[in-house]
Design a protein around this ligand. Sequence first.
Ligand code: ME8
Length: 643
Amino acid sequence: MKKFYITTPIYYVNDEPHIGHAYCTVLADVFARYHRLLGNPTYFLTGTDEHGQKLQDTALNKGIEPQRYCDDIVKGFKETWRKLNIKNDDFIRTTEKRHIDVVTLILKKLYESKNEAGQSQIYDAEYEGWYCKYEERYWTEKDLVEGKCPECNRPVQRLSEKNYFFRMSFYQDWLVDYIKNHPQFIQPDFRRNEVLGFLKQPLGDLCISRPKKRLSWGIPLPFDEDYVCYVWFDALINYISAIGYNHETGEFEKDWWPAVHLIGKDILTTHAVYWPCMLKAIGFDDDKMPKTIFATGWWLQEGAKMSKSVGNVIKPLDLVDKYGVDPFRFYLIREMTLGQDATFSEESFIKRYNSELANDLGNLLSRTVKMISSYCDGKIPDCDGKIPEFSEQEKAEQTLDELPYLQVKQLKEELNAFRLNNAVDKIMSFVRSINRFIEHNKPWVLAKQNDKLELNRVLYVAAESLFISAVCLHPIIPSKSEEIISQLGHKIDSKLFSGGLKDWGNLQPGTKIKPGESLFPRLQKVKPETENSEKGEYISFDDFKKADIRVAEVISADKVTGADKLLQLQIKIGKEQRQIVAGIAKNYSPEDLIGKKIIVVVNLQPVKIRGIESNGMLLAATSGKKLVLLTTDMDIESGAGVS
Ligand code: ME8
């Protein structure tokens, strides 16, 4: 069993939580829940960063004591995490005594200690530079952009003052070697290269003090009462103060270290450069560096980072109130490829919800429980408890993607490599394949034929596969997953969520199922004005009625020699058989299509394509290079009209 300690950034409390904060916290929660599910002892830390100039200014502007202001905002963060069903093990605040004590001790020890070259780890020096009050940092002349702060574009002040410096430059060579030799340390890979690029320049020392006369809201330096500690030096230490780091012994009260740090790409340098140098200086060996620093992308809106200063902030709770917490969590995890930027839009939210939650998962649950109610007396059917073998035909026709009991194995591999998107892709594709398995085996026909043995096999496989999918999706949609399991007549068992999920046979035959409400009712989107409606270019209903659109069944499919995009299909429309040619060979192989019900416009003028007659046109949805065939939601005989 692998210990797993995961952290989020500690968020500044000069603002209420927004979707960017929510994303990082939900993501950490999902990872933590997965590791618990896989039986790994897990600890999940989040918290708030409460010192510094921004906070002092915000509180002053509001005429409130900084501490009281922090207390109020922290309540909002905690409430947001509660509503988002975040199960963190601890919440650290940098104004807590347990944190201040550790920071103070570390500062004191570093001030008194020397590095391997015999130099003081912290020294004071007169420093002159351009200071940005908002970013709380100095810039050199060449850093400035048109005389302003390169980070926030605000005016800077020329300051000259005594300050304390951490001799970070001493650790540069060690850090470069460490990063090169530990590829998992900074993830994704392109971020590691970015940091190595940054480290090609000489690394300066880090100014770790702020004079109290300018900023008093911070942890006092233990060796000079006129100064407080720079907010980043204070904040990074939260990851070890929260688990009770003891500087004397180098031990932790709670033995969770080293951590996986999830962060946004904006705070990569502080985490991948300052933090390991600080740890090294404090006395951490190479094998005690953070396990992984994973930088996520940003949520963008209309191309800009979502942030208060840009004024395009989306408040997570507004969306949760509107659509429910699980769809919101699902959207965050599904829509953003881990490590890349993503664009938030309500339209993409609804699309994602309708296709994957309503159509794939919700539909699977409702048809499975309906059929078990109707055909199996409302009880999980008996399949002799054996792992059912799939017929050659089922395998050939790719009904179930994989044998269900491979799901958990795959999940482990993907998660250990931080490939969360692959993991979820695989689960959702498995869900779709269960729907295909049902369509292929047609339990409604088996019931009519009274083939009890086969009917039980098919419905047990469907229900057990759905159960396994629900458990695998639990970290993302915990409440809905529990509802699925409950409709299948089972309960969440704490053993199940600490590595007790069996590869197969979790559902007890004979258990009464409990059909409930539809899990994900479809969402209606107010249609945006289309180009046609704006131009008034409508077609009349009579025009539309001229198209004769019908359900057809594919009988055979063959590649067209010399045309790599074309397939030649023989289709059945009721009693009639005919041939069409379709440009779908890049998206479907002939084997995919046999037996599939498709939608065809049957009264189009026949044409010859590459010399082959095409008598009708199938319908497909396309987006870029993606093409998916239109089919029917439930089985219906070929020849049925579409209106
Ligand atoms: O930087 N998209 O706190 P912070 C995605 N206190 N993620 C976003 C985001 C967006 N649009 N905006 C913010 C700090 N985030 C420091 C951290 S850690 C020792 C100290 C996320 O409140 C992202 O993870 O500015 C970013 O790194 C984090 O919020 C920073 O939040």
